[in-house]
Design a protein around this ligand. Structure first.
Ligand SMILES: Cc1cc2nc3c(=O)[nH]c(=O)nc-3n(C[C@H](O)[C@H](O)[C@H](O)COP(=O)(O)OP(=O)(O)OC[C@H]3O[C@@H](n4cnc5c(N)ncnc54)[C@H](O)[C@@H]3O)c2cc1C
Ligand code: SF4
Length: 564
């Protein structure tokens, strides 16, 4: 029998098993490192625990949300906006939501799988418009890793040669659904770029995984692993090496250091027993999600690091961003009384509208992309809520049931997802007064949007209304006013929190270097969305995966050279 996990000295300790942690475990174990992974959540396996083919009537709540599963009872996102015993707080005037999962694979079990590369301009925005900061690396540094992620994980899409929206190594995309063809026509009339979606779902078998059978239930966890989750795509090969020790229910409390200021491991709470434990490791990789990794660093105080670990710059927690978002939905009469037709497909839209305009001609500096929703999805709790907004104005009994049938599939919705410019008022810090159930100090969020974001969101609203109008439809809600923030979603609620441990060449203004290694602690790395310097108008996870792969390769090279 070898030493217990508590006694052994591991090569690497990874905190968190989501996108960033899963990729680090995959890379490092396969390169020969003995890795211990601390995951605060419960074990999870999508084919075993997912509910891919369940019918809403199999649930007493007809698939509606629960406190543990905010997106629906069958959803694979165990966690929520609030976690019992694990609060976070908000400074006065702050409207912010923090969605956390507590399960193996983190938020990659449920996520939307919109998988976008950042473009060359996204790494050098300050150089282009003077706002925010440039990354210390560029697209060329990440391109080989994006290519490898594409080949390893699988992604569908189409080669378009668009400026700042780099193509990938794509599997064929699924054809647009009926309502999406109408959207595409309207987009073409308005000169809005509209192309096939780019999602990490297999439309052809890849690396031993089968192609998608188009059940459309990706958010429940795929029963055949045809979509990407860290849980079922990255962690099994890591485990197969025999070099991954996985501890679930393990809530990291702080990173420990020695007298030389080197990380020695991580102290953690065994959630089953409430006992404090410690693992020793030669290298520590934080991938607990951007804000949770910042929290860990801020809570890792010692006489040598009184402001928290890796925080000599005071930048840990700063430059917090989220994607901007707003939605508009409407009713499309042309979709009424339709001929029954096949709307099967992947669990997500088949179309994508990347940013298509030039910000120099607009009243806001950064772009957005558009996501489309609608169609004939499986009805469950909350189905067609707001039927009173349709022409018949709601009703009762038989007439209402008939309306549900007539209007089913006639709703169209657009969601804008845009780039926020980091600002000094948006950050997280340790709340001096509040602790979680294990006595770990919690985060307090501070948040402000600027006019850059408000003006961008107003443009989204106007565009979505024009699209619905061009489709001959009726929008359900009036245009939100400036006082209503033009309908901007609260900070954090698009669930793309980034920054807070940002990268840079200058240790005075950044937390980690260009290899995501802490400037202050030679054997400490961050592999989640924390090192991002800017948001881009793209969803972040493909870049988290590529960065984590690159960071892991750097760790491997440093270990080989005897430097770690
Ligand atoms: C509904 C939804 C839709 C989304 N859609 C998209 C999309 O379409 N495209 C896209 O790019 N992104 C999307 N995202 C975002 C995406 O899920 C995240 O960017 C990604 O999962 C972040 O990876 P991560 O490794 O940083 O963190 P996570 O995936 O959140 O993993 C962090 C892990 O760390 C664990 N952990 C936290 N604290 C501790 C601790 N103290 N000790 C031990 N373990 C800890 C957590 O339990 C979790 O398992 C979506 C997210 C949600 C929720
Ligand atoms: S739509 Fe495809 S990838 Fe998604 S759950 Fe169904 S089979 Fe799996």
């Amino acid at each position: 029998m070898g030493p217990s996990p508590r006694r052994k000295v591991y090569d690497v300790c990874i905190v968190g098993s989501g996108a960033g942690g899963g990729m680090a475990a995959y890379m490092l174990t396969r390169a020969g490192a003995n890795v211990v992974m601390l995951e605060a959540g419960v074990p999870w396996d999508n084919p075993r625990d997912g509910a891919m083919l369940k019918w809403p009537y199999e649930s007493p709540q007809r698939g509606g949300g629960t406190p543990e599963r905010n997106f629906g009872e069958f959803d694979a996102g165990l966690g929520g906006w609030e976690l019992e015993g694990e609060p976070y707080t908000k400074a006065a005037g702050t409207n912010f939501g923090w969605f956390r999962t507590r399960m193996l694979g983190g938020r990659t079990n449920h996520w939307g799988r919109i998988s976008l590369r950042f473009g060359p301009d996204d790494f050098r925005r300050k150089g282009l418009d003077g706002l925010g900061d440039d990354w210390p690396i560029g697209y060329d540094d990440l391109e080989p890793y994006y290519d490898r992620v594409d080949r390893l994980v699988g992604i569908f899409g189409s080669v378009e040669h668009l400026a700042n929206h780099p193509d990938g190594i794509f599997l064929p995309p699924p054809r647009p659904r009926c309502y999406e063809l109408l959207v595409k026509q309207a987009a073409e009339r308005l000169a809005v770029t509209c192309i096939p979606a780019r999602l990490s779902i297999l439309t052809r078998p890849l690396n031993g995984r089968p192609a998608c059978h188009y059940c459309g239930q990706c958010n429940r966890g795929c029963g055949v692993n045809a979509n990407f989750s860290s849980t079922n795509v990255l962690l099994p090969p890591a485990r197969d090496t025999g070099r991954l020790t996985l501890l679930t229910g393990a809530m990291a409390r702080e990173v420990t250091v020695d007298g030389r200021g080197r990380a020695t491991g991580v102290s953690w709470v065994d959630k089953a027993t409430g006992k404090d434990e410690h693992v020793q490791a030669r290298v520590v990789v934080l991938a607990a999600s951007a804000c949770e990794s910042a929290r860990l660093l801020l809570n890792s105080k010692s006489s040598r690091f009184p402001n928290g670990l890796a925080n000599s710059s005071g930048v840990v927690g700063r430059y917090l961003t989220d994607t901007t978002g707003t939605d508009v939905a409407g009713f499309i009469p042309r979709m009424m009384d339709h001929v029954p037709h096949n709307e099967d497909g992947v669990g997500g839209g088949h179309l994508y509208m990347p940013w298509w305009l030039d910000n120099r001609k607009l009243g806001f500096p950064r772009g957005y992309h558009i996501e489309v929703w609608g169609g004939l999805y499986v009805p469950s709790a909350g189905f067609m809520g707001g039927i009173e907004h349709y022409p018949s104005g709601g009703g009762y009994g038989k007439a209402l049931k008939e309306d549900y049938r007539r209007y089913y599939g006639t709703t169209i919705g657009f969601s804008g997802r845009g780039e926020m410019v980091p600002n000094a008022d948006s950050y997280c810090e340790i709340d001096p007064d509040v602790k979680d159930r294990w006595g770990i100090p919690v985060l307090r969020f501070n948040w402000k949007w600027s006019d850059y974001e408000y003006n961008q969101v107003r443009h989204m609203q106007e565009t979505f209304r024009s699209l619905i109008d061009t489709m001959g439809g009726q929008v359900f809600s009036p245009m939100p006013t400036r006082e209503q923030g033009y309908g901007i979603a609260a900070g954090g609620t698009i669930i793309h929190e980034l920054g807070v441990t940002r990268m840079g060449d200058d240790p005075k203004t950044s937390v980690v270097d260009r290899n995501c290694r802490a400037h202050d602690v030679k054997n400490l790395f961050v592999a989640d969305g924390g090192p991002f310097v800017s948001q881009a108008d793209k969803n972040p996870t493909w870049t988290i995966l590529a960065l984590s792969m690159r960071t892991s390769e750097y760790i491997i090279a440093q270990r080989k050279a005897g430097a770690l």
